[in-house]
Design a protein around this ligand. Structure first.
Ligand code: A3P
Length: 319
């Protein structure tokens, strides 16, 4: 999905040529559309999804900044919502399918592959995901009762995870992405679905105004208090754990099923690939908070923290 730059129509080419462009991290270019950066392929999906996606009142949309734990959130939301249908975590779709296959991206997968994808196989509550910024969401997402779960992660780890991920995606002859170069891009906001801070702030503000519509989660909080956050998610989605489930330790079971250790060691995630070519293993690296310490220099840290402070100032949001 991040790799492919497939055939473009004249209409899409016209759109691309009207937009600001910068050199990409993996693909040749990123394009700035409605204030945020996308690859050519994603952009096709963004436009198609804005034009054609009709949200249902019962839909649930998982929204994330790239590399904030999307794969983890997809697994947890799927296990949570489908627990009546798949109560046995020893025989569960997550054991044989990568979470991205079970909860597809709107603009990166469904609407990138087809302008009007057939969604009839999705049963309520339909579970989709997206990296779209708040201002670019299809209109029906806002006008319907559709609920949004937003997940982000501190910018230091997000950047490092991103850099490592793109190194895995780059073709061998491209070599490693120069850290300094992509760090500079990240700081300028030129990253997939960036500027990072604008993305986070868009959803943060909206979640304050409409807490019943948007649940705002942080990767660090999920790592620190997974039980608390999973229960919070269940309540928000209208399917809280009942006393009987609590005695059966269903919360523990779901967390165990979706843990980094469990998912990353499954055959499907060790050796499988997405239909678009990325190896499933690329979505599992360390899964820890604070790995930035091994990569960022004091200068980089200074610069990043300064931007974060400036951008988030007065918003009430802290990392
Ligand atoms: P690291 O690169 O820091 O290890 P995304 O899913 O949004 O692409 O984010 C990927 C990040 O989430 C990677 O971070 C990855 O290791 C981590 N991750 C994937 N599965 C996870 C899980 N089950 N629990 C915790 N972290 C997970």
């Amino acid at each position: 999905e991040y790799l492919q730059e497939d055939e473009v129509t004249q209409e899409h080419r016209d759109l691309l040529s009207s937009l600001p462009r910068e050199k990409g991290w993996v693909t040749s270019h990123l394009f700035q559309y409605q204030g945020f950066w996308h690859t050519s392929r994603h952009l096709k999906g963004v436009v198609a999804c804005q034009q054609h996606f009709q949200a249902h009142d019962t839909d649930i949309l998982l929204v994330t900044t790239p590399k904030s734990g999307t794969t983890w959130l997809k697994a947890m939301a799927f296990a949570l919502l489908k627990r009546v249908r798949f109560p046995d975590t020893r025989h569960h779709p997550l054991l044989t399918n990568n979470p991205h296959e079970l909860v597809p991206f709107l603009e990166i997968k469904l609407y990138a592959e087809s302008k009007v994808p057939d969604l009839t196989s999705f049963t309520a509550p339909r579970l989709f995901s997206t990296h779209l910024p708040f201002t670019s969401l299809p209109e029906s997402v806002n006008t319907s009762g559709c609920k949004l779960v937003y997940l982000c992660r501190n910018p230091r780890d997000t950047f490092v995870s991103f850099w490592q991920f793109t190194n895995k995606l780059r073709l061998e002859n491209m070599g490693t992405n120069p850290l300094e170069e992509v760090f500079d891009k990240f700081c300028w906001g030129v990253s997939l679905s960036g500027p990072f801070w604008d993305h986070v702030l868009g959803y943060w503000k909206e979640s304050l105004e409409k807490p019943e519509k948007i649940l705002f989660l942080k990767y660090e909080e999920m790592k620190a208090q997974p039980h608390v956050q999973l229960r919070r998610l269940a309540e928000f989605l209208g399917c809280p754990f009942c006393p009987e489930e609590e005695t059966r330790c269903v919360v523990d079971e779901i967390l165990q099923l979706c843990s980094f250790e469990n998912l990353s060691n499954l055959e499907v995630n060790k050796n499988g690939k997405l239909s678009s070519g990325e190896e499933h293993s690329a979505f599992f690296r360390r899964g820890e908070v604070g790995d930035w310490v091994n990569y960022l220099t004091a200068e980089m840290l200074d610069r990043l923290d300064h931007i974060t402070e400036e951008k988030l100032h007065g918003s009430g949001l802290k990392f």
